[in-house]
Design a protein around this ligand. Structure first.
Ligand code: ATP
Ligand code: MG
Length: 312
């Protein structure tokens, strides 16, 4: 069986972007592939954090995985820091990672700019090396991620090829080694829709856990009235009618795409249904579809509760 790994950081609460871009797509995969889904707590400490909140968010994230339909009898579900080999491999990979590769990473540039110098630890820069070790450790074939992780995955691939070149293959053979690749070079699996859910307050930035304003995202566990309020207040535009794929209307494209994914309709059907609508008539439709889609996940999440078994 081909192998798949993926994970979400337990920082803040899981939002619609994490769900539509990642977790929702994991469900079907667990039937066909060998799957490992972990909670990447070591990635969550790359920016300032509170230890109690981190350990609670780690357990809550596990509950959400199960509530969304991850089946622990099919998939391996675990906490990254419980498997020490992730960090051991990271150290070995670090020595093969040119620092220039890390300096080019967009996420590092964005997060370090927002965090301010005093809060930028070395780990924020070396984050992609830990991500590479999460993936390469298991000789993974595919990695389902949102669009924002494409660059990190590309770095993982380049790093695997570099290690294979430096220590495997022909060069290694010359030194008396057995030869052959050390790491499998993994492929990204980026969903055709939902790979980049945008902020509710700015259609040009991605929805994010670390964005300061809670109004910018729909959290998976937001109560009905909060969802209704966020949609009521979200950014729109003053064009008439609604349409997909107009680059001048990023908010419109985003909200229609979210509606498409949570209602389970096709893009064509949504385009037809919404072309004659205005914001006033579309927003209640979107709100109802969101509430209806998230309700079973919310009910199920509250039925899973994890107690603390060790200090993290
Ligand atoms: P942070 O702001 O702390 O980085 P995040 O919202 O980006 O949090 P992560 O834990 O970094 O969440 O990402 C988990 C998964 O969710 C990754 O596969 C990532 O690609 C995906 N993802 C994150 N944000 C979005 C989004 N807006 N749209 C689609 N997928 C997303
Ligand atoms: Mg992220």
């Amino acid at each position: 069986k081909k192998r798949i790994v993926s994970g979400v950081q337990p920082t803040g609460s899981i939002h619609l972007g994490n769900y539509l871009g990642a977790i929702k797509n994991w469900i079907a995969l667990q039937n066909t592939y060998e799957t490992l889904f972990f909670i990447v707590d070591l990635h969550a400490i790359t920016l300032p954090y509170d230890t109690k909140e981190l350990s609670k968010a780690t357990r809550d994230t596990a509950a959400i995985y199960l509530a969304c339909g991850i089946d622990a009898s099919k998939a391996s579900v675990f906490v990254q820091s419980h498997v020490h080999a992730h960090v051991e491999l990271m150290w070995l990979l670090s020595s093969a990672t040119p620092i220039g590769w890390l300096n080019r990473m967009i996420q590092f540039k964005e997060k370090s700019r927002k965090a301010g110098d005093e809060n930028v630890g070395v780990a924020l820069l070396t984050y992609p090396v830990l991500m590479a070790s999460d993936i390469l450790l298991y000789q993974s074939d595919f990695v389902p991620v949102g669009e924002d992780q494409k660059q990190h995955l590309e770095l993982t691939r380049e790093l695997a090829e570099r290690v294979n070149y430096l220590y495997g293959g022909r060069k290694w053979k010359k030194l008396g080694g057995r030869g052959g690749a050390i790491f499998k070079v993994p492929e990204p699996l980026i969903p055709p829709a939902g790979a980049r859910v945008m902020s509710l307050t700015d259609g040009l930035s991605k929805m994010s856990k670390s964005a300061p304003s809670d109004q910018s995202r729909i959290n998976l566990l937001d109560p009905k009235d909060v969802i209704a309020n966020k949609i009521k207040r979200c950014k729109t535009d003053s064009f008439s009618a609604l349409e997909f794929d107009n680059p001048e209307r990023p908010e419109c494209n985003n909200l229609l795409s979210v509606y498409q994914l949570v209602s389970g309709k096709t893009k064509e059907d949504v385009a037809k249904e919404c072309q004659g609508l205005n914001w006033g008539s579309f927003k209640p439709l979107l709100t109802d579809a969101l509430i209806e889609h998230l309700h079973p996940i919310q009910v199920s999440t509250s039925s899973f509760s994890f107690t603390r078994v060790r200090d993290s």
